[in-house]
Design a protein around this ligand. Sequence first.
Ligand SMILES: NC(=O)c1ccc[n+]([C@@H]2O[C@H](COP(=O)([O-])OP(=O)(O)OC[C@H]3O[C@@H](n4cnc5c(N)ncnc54)[C@H](OP(=O)(O)O)[C@@H]3O)[C@@H](O)[C@H]2O)c1
Length: 378
Amino acid sequence: MTSEVTPMPQIAQLQVSPEISHAFDLAFLEAEKFRGQTNPNPPVGAAALDAQGAVLGVNAHRFSGESHAEAGLIENLKKLGKAELVDTVVITLEPCNHFGRTPPCSEALIRDLPRLKRVFYAQPDPNQKVSGGGPGRLRQSGIQCELVASPAIQRRGLELIAAFWVKTQLGRPLITVKTVHRGNYTKESLERLAAELPSPEFENSMIPPEGQATFGDRAQLEQAHLLRRRADLILTGSGTVLADQPSFTVRYVDDFKDKKRKIWVLDRRDRVRHQLPEYFDLAAKRGFEVLKVESEFDYSLPSVFGYLSRLSQNDSKFMEVLVEAGPRLTKAILLSGFYDLHVVMACCDPNEKNKPLSQTAITAFTLFNEKTFGFAQS
Ligand SMILES: NC(=O)c1ccc[n+]([C@@H]2O[C@H](COP(=O)([O-])OP(=O)(O)OC[C@H]3O[C@@H](n4cnc5c(N)ncnc54)[C@H](OP(=O)(O)O)[C@@H]3O)[C@@H](O)[C@H]2O)c1
């Protein structure tokens, strides 16, 4: 499979051992399973290794208020009688050192893992008030604790907590734009397409063939539904709703049981209400809270995203907006710069249609908006 969660920057030569890199992989995969369910907390994964580099256990934070990834990992290892074997722990986010709804993980690592020598983490905590506390406490007690020396793993760590990072640093929700393109693209040709925006090819390749609402294969649909699953609001345009009447529900992967989502259709001429009067009632029946704004609302993109920021400020669990729109609205948003992540996907070879995700090759990557994250793309 050529799909990946984040782009591998050219500067990223792995400077960590294959064992540590593999342990991070497992921690990321575990954390991804709960991404969007842990709000207002970030998703976090952790893995423990013995002195030979063998993985002893993997765990992730699941719900806010429940145990942190490291605390749950330690509990599991204690139950299995393996706590004494732990030499190294890798965590996708730096370990905490404060009492919140759960006790500090740094203390649990020191107290319950008697042979622990090294802790590596993929991202510092974006909350300046607590950042550095956990690593400092571990170092004080003689345990090496460092940001992992791999830009690729660090970037994957940032992508995992992007919603938490944006909410903490900027006080607004993460805006993720998803675009799916028709055609047999390689990663390089798809990257070129995304970089050349706006191009007629970028827009045309987003339109499904006559008579179809989507053109993705199973693998691409699963990826798209994972993005939907973690979103708190789906933002779309009237063109998409009128063309496809999409349900925007999570179907190709298991949904989170109690996750509530909003939907907002940008529709300056109110065409959906007139041409598809039942659409919003059906969306409400599917569990969406349908956003309605007053008729004199100014639909300029600064107003739209200002409104979303205010909603997020009043709701700690509202952390990510997924833009699932057609080429008109998507292009306007990408060109305006009011977005943080752009997830670009292309379908796989038609011969691979309907194979499970693990067996198919789709091309998918995430581009970071430099304006938000303040670093060069590669
Ligand atoms: N491949 C993909 O990733 C993907 C995803 C979704 C949809 N699609 C396809 O896209 C097609 C529909 O394309 P589309 O471009 O018409 O759909 P769209 O981008 O979802 O909707 C466009 C409409 O949004 C409204 N809008 C409101 N505010 C806007 C703003 N600031 N800038 C631009 N538009 C704004 C406009 O109508 P008003 O002027 O009336 O407000 C505009 O006509 C369908 O065939 C669908 O299948 C593809």
